[in-house]
Design a protein around this ligand. Sequence first.
Ligand SMILES: C[S@@+](CC[C@H](N)C(=O)[O-])C[C@H]1O[C@@H](n2cnc3c(N)ncnc32)[C@H](O)[C@@H]1O
Length: 417
Amino acid sequence: MSNFNAKSICILGRQPALGLAELESLYGSDHLEPLGPQAARLDIEAGDINFMRLGGTIKVAKILIDLPTTNWSKIEDYLVKNVPLHLRHLPVGKFTLGISAYGLEVKPDIINKTTLKIKKQVRESGRPMRVVPNKEAALNSAQVLHNSLVRRGGWELLLIGSGQRTTLAQTLFVQDIESYGARDQARPKRDARVGMLPPKLAQIIINLAVGRAENEEWRIENEERIPNSQFPIPNSKIRVLDPFCGTGVILQEALLMGYGAIGTDLEPKMVEYSKANLDWLKNRYPDIAGYEVQACDATSHKWAKPIDAVASETYLGRPLTAAPAAAKLAEIVRDVNTILEKFLKNLAPQLKAGAPISLAVPAWRGNSDNLTHLPLIDRISNLGYTLVEFKNASPAELIYFREGQTVARELLVLRKS
Ligand SMILES: C[S@@+](CC[C@H](N)C(=O)[O-])C[C@H]1O[C@@H](n2cnc3c(N)ncnc32)[C@H](O)[C@@H]1O
């Protein structure tokens, strides 16, 4: 921790390990450190973080100072004294302040008292100021966006406590919930039967594969520019293959990141849906790269080469609303395992050694929260792949699920051996 020159903070989403793995994949484990349970510090400038492509980070902030305390009244003293001083450097005009605390023992009403004290100080210096009241210790993305706290004339200050210290940071980017909503719900073709892959999870799946490949190649060529440049490289030539493309959420997010996209699916209807959705996307974003979608069976198809990276939410088996009886579950697991094992065997000889693959495969949650994994995971090296390990996330943490869901998505990050 001592030699680490932290410049920015990422506030992680609902399942922080997914966000940590994503950042590690994009920026490398040497460039980040977890900070408390919900954040990570990076030695990259906040403005150089490619926030738009991150699915597992909800806010990116630039570090202002590290305070040697976690005591709120001392933190408050610091803020009441320093915020008015810093505000003097801003152009005159309306100003809105919000405060978010993470990993600190402080209740929302105490934070509200602090913001009011700051407001009073600032007003005494002749400047009007509005504050955003806290309902929770931290403001949510909607509050930050709707109160324009990441625009000129607004500040969200983050206070992240960890150990004996508190990091003070200013938010530069907050997750654009409206854009995610539009990308998810406004698409012309949706299909509840194949499940709805949230765009944020699609981004994580892609980043776990492509970020790593692109970054490593890029790192070798640009070693001296690290860590100040924005990476990964925009306008990449990489094409992402989704062999179970469904309605094309992965393809859509890959295109929005600047990659080319190839999608295949067994069902002609799904291919038609993906095409319609991507044509709709092309209308809204004419600059996206090329895409192709085709009907074929992932267990036997030979894809056009080269396949640079594979990112997919695979076949998940039939949708389940409750944990099935043991015999039924065994049958479902066997069926899905057969298809996915055949797919992996078909894919392996078509890939170059080292090619990155990131798959969301099903894992079934039982009544007592136990998980049934696909048996193929234990045989992954016999199938021609190596499992990628993350310093900041264990395999058991790379499982996406929502409360009450029976079919969870286990994220497998692989390399062709
Ligand atoms: C959970 S959906 C995938 C969602 C998709 N990744 C997305 O981004 O929207 C699974 C898809 O796998 C397809 N599928 C099932 N078996 C297949 C096979 N053998 N080959 C190709 N596709 C298959 C189904 O038609 C279905 O569309």
